[in-house]
Write a protein that binds this ligand. Structure first.
Ligand code: GLY
Ligand code: MN
Ligand code: MN
Length: 457
């Protein structure tokens, strides 16, 4: 079994086009932690049942700092005397054919697909690579809590790779600062990332167009069909979907994170469709359109839709450099509060209702979030840099106001119950304002109806 195998080392591999960008990101991380060793694991497979695993998704901080997606890897920034760092990667190399593990072992690539050799990884990533099976020992030899003797003070991102975590002695609070920094550093996207996000949104636009085609042709009579149609586009053009698609028809549209997608799609209903393609480099879009299944809104559906549309317009107008992150949320929520007062669903005056947050019964969530490698990107960033911060060119965020009238809400007339509308677009902050990356998808009620009529032919 050990003999008779050809040498399949790949000599044709070239450096990943992301490598210089990842190096620049590492330089920014390095500057924040002089004199300290930083360990950023990629993560391990998670068992689904028995010998079946969930699809692997590497930790986004690792992807950002390396451009790599390998499991069981780790980036290490080793401190230098001049305050900078030398970077290297731990990787799980190919199985050696000199060892029976290549046939039977848990990592046996024979069963799951070829990995890269360490030399191949070094070439692709532009980083020296070492065998991850030596990592625990190598890190244990040098790691210590800050200030402890002559050993290298070390931080690790916790919660990603338990075995590596056990190999180092670190301080929980200081480790959390490393995770926070990795989140902070993703707030402003570089030019390469913006290109990937554009690709994600463009594929998403095509996926929505596929889904509308099925809706207009009455091919899609179930939420699952819509989910499947979009998923095919996501797998063909990208890695997958960036989050579970929300295909919510009828009453389901009032459930913010409806991903069961097991209901029917009926003429007369609205379909709230929230989905995003994730590129092969793991950047995701996050777009929502709320569509009248029959192709035209009823007068009441249009009334709700228009209010959400106007709120989104107000929110998007507040997305510009120098604006506070909260401004777009406040602008959209103010508009919705005023409409809800006008309709008699909450007590006015509108400014008082807004100040008390009365609209939240019907608006439910915040109006958006940062977008990037994670759909809710930069979630661990410091408040002062994110939610209490100021918008800068290169930030990418969603603006997604909505109104949701629960089916059992006795405070609204019966015909309003079960209506849910959200409109969500992906914006990049530019030097002069913003660009709506998902502008290729019709958005106003008239545009949506015209679009559906066009697709229906
Ligand atoms: N799709 C999740 C969100 O809109 O935040
Ligand atoms: Mn979103
Ligand atoms: Mn969404």
């Amino acid at each position: 079994m050990r003999t008779g195998w050809a040498d399949t080392e790949r000599h044709d591999l070239v450096p990943d086009e992301q490598a210089p960008h990842a190096a620049a990101r590492r330089a920014r991380l390095s500057a924040r932690f002089p004199g300290e060793r930083l360990v950023i694991p990629s993560g391990n497979l998670k068992t689904r049942s028995n010998d079946d695993d969930y699809p692997f998704r590497p930790y986004s901080g690792y992807v950002h700092m390396t451009g790599d997606q390998a499991r069981d890897g780790a980036l290490v920034l080793e401190p230098r005397a001049d305050g900078g760092h030398d970077a290297y990667c731990f990787q799980l190399p190919r199985d050696s054919r000199d060892d029976d593990g290549f046939w039977t072992g848990a990592t046996a690539e024979l069963w799951t697909g070829r990995r890269r050799t360490l030399a191949e990884s070094a070439r692709v990533l532009g980083l020296p690579c070492r065998d991850v099976r030596t990592a625990a020992e190598a890190l244990a030899a040098g790691a210590a809590a800050p200030g402890a003797g002559s050993q290298v003070p070390t931080r690790i991102v916790r919660g990603i790779d338990p075995a590596l975590e056990r190999a180092v002695v670190t301080d929980e609070e200081r480790d959390a600062e490393l995770a926070e920094a990795l989140s902070d550093l993703r707030l402003v996207k570089d030019a390469w990332e913006l290109g990937e996000l554009r690709k994600a949104v463009d594929s998403t636009v095509r996926g929505f167009t596929d889904a509308i085609g099925d809706l207009s042709g009455a091919v899609a009579t179930s939420e699952r069909w819509i989910e499947g149609t979009f998923f095919r586009r996501a797998r063909l053009e990208g890695n997958a979907v960036g989050y579970g698609s929300i295909c919510a028809a009828g009453d389901h549209a009032t459930i913010m994170h409806w991903t069961d997608n097991d209901g029917p799609v009926r003429p007369g209903d609205l379909l709230l469709f929230d989905a995003g393609v994730e590129t092969r480099t793991l950047y995701t879009a996050d777009v929502t359109r709320t569509l009248p299944v029959s192709g035209t809104f009823t007068p009441l559906q249009r009334k709700v839709y228009d209010a959400v549309y106007e709120a989104q317009e107000a929110g998007m107008a507040a997305v510009k450099p120098g604006a506070h992150y909260r401004d777009f949320h406040e602008a959209a929520q103010r508009h919705l509060a005023a409409r809800l007062v006008e309709w008699g669903f909450i007590e006015g005056p509108a400014e008082r209702a807004y100040a008390l947050g009365l609209q939240r019964r019907f608006t439910m969530a915040g109006t958006g979030h940062m977008l990037g490698l994670d759909v809710h990107d930069c979630a661990r960033a410091r408040n002062e840099a994110y939610v209490d911060g100021v918008l800068e060119p290169g930030m990418v965020l969603t603006v997604e106001p909505g109104l949701y009238f629960q089916p059992d809400d006795l405070t609204v007339p019966e015909e309003w119950r079960g209506i849910g509308v959200r409109i969500e677009d992906d914006l990049v902050v530019t030097e002069s304002g913003h660009e709506n990356l998902s502008a290729g998808l019709p958005r106003s009620a008239d545009e949506v109806e015209a679009w559906m009529a066009r697709v229906a032919g």
